[in-house]
Write a protein that binds this ligand. Structure first.
Ligand SMILES: Nc1ncnc2c1ncn2[C@@H]1O[C@H](COP(=O)(O)OP(=O)(O)OP(=O)(O)O)[C@@H](O)[C@H]1O
Length: 283
């Protein structure tokens, strides 16, 4: 059997004040999480519960205080060096001196893809994120949401088997956001990529995920894991359309009774009988 996409075992991360004095922040405490190959898992929870910390550890942008992390059976560091995954984080992180096209082509250039192959792939991705007319623009000529779409296209450039995404749609208007959610479902169905996806939106988590991991803060822990079983075949099979026509893609799924009952289940897990968690979109 092939290795899990991500295996987080007994991971804790404690941030200490500089010089080792002062208070400690237990950002994560004894977290276990396995993400299967091709599985879509969202992390949700109140601000400060360690979602971004967990994602950064998987991406090897930070190191656990204790515990271990494997990506496709390799240590996180080896996986990063092997470029086993694509990343799209809150900040688009584009290179300002390169055009949109050149930003999207960058990972392909680094891995030695030829010019024609890069161009073809970039054209496809530009269509996918609705930016075909902006290929020759520079990032500072785009809105924040458009920059984020470029970052998503760049993350998808190498058709990675794992995508690590930290609120990639947070800055987008609702229509573009729903369009890209549907596109992401489709891309994952096509490429069979596993995804670890941080979000503050319960409907977004439910729409996209096979499992929603609900976290709680101080210390950051996994509180509950909600399985989501929705029939996504229609949304995944729908024809690709531009953001302006996004209203009808995935709508049936978003209006399905099973969708609402999963939203309610995640909401209940988040509240845990207490007051609503701050920093989480409870719509
Ligand atoms: N580099 C750091 N140094 C010190 N403390 C940190 C650092 N990074 C994160 N923390 C702390 O760890 C805790 C978890 O932070 P993290 O960013 O992972 O939360 P989050 O769930 O992603 O929050 P949000 O939803 O607001 O993005 C917070 O208390 C935060 O202040």
């Amino acid at each position: 059997m092939s290795a899990a996409a991500v295996k987080v075992s007994a991971v804790s991360r404690v941030f200490r004040a500089q010089g080792g004095k002062g208070s400690e922040v237990h950002a994560l405490s004894d977290v276990d999480l396995t993400v299967a190959s091709g599985e879509f898992v969202s992390l949700i929870g109140p601000s400060g519960c360690g979602k971004s910390t967990l994602l950064r550890l998987v991406a090897d942008l930070d190191t656990p205080t204790s515990g271990s992390i494997e990506v496709f059976g390799r240590e996180a560091r080896q996986a990063r060096l092997a470029r086993d995954y694509g990343i799209a984080f809150q900040q688009a992180g584009l290179l300002p001196w390169r055009t949109v096209r050149a930003n999207i082509e960058l990972p392909l250039a680094l891995s030695g893809t030829g010019k024609a192959g890069r161009r073809e792939r970039a054209d496809h991705l530009l269509e996918l994120v609705g930016l075909a007319d902006f290929a020759d623009h520079h990032p500072d000529q785009l809105s924040g949401g458009m920059q984020q779409r470029v970052a998503i296209a760049r993350a998808l450039a190498e058709e990675p088997s794992l995508l690590l995404m930290d609120e990639p749609f947070g800055a987008l208007d609702e229509m573009t956001r729903e369009h890209l959610q549907t596109q992401l479902l489709r891309i994952c169905a096509e490429t069979r990529a596993a995804v670890v996806f941080v979000t503050h939106s319960i409907p977004e988590a439910v729409f996209l995920s096979d499992r929603v991991v609900v976290m709680s803060p101080r210390p950051g822990r996994i509180r509950e894991v909600v399985e989501v079983t929705l029939d996504r075949s229609a949304a995944v099979g729908a024809t690709a359309s531009g953001p302006a026509e996004a209203g009808d893609t995935g709508d049936a799924l978003r209006n399905d009774a099973a969708f609402f009952s999963s939203v309610a289940a995640v909401r209940e897990a988040l509240h845990g009988g207490a007051v609503p968690a701050r920093g989480v979109d409870l719509r």
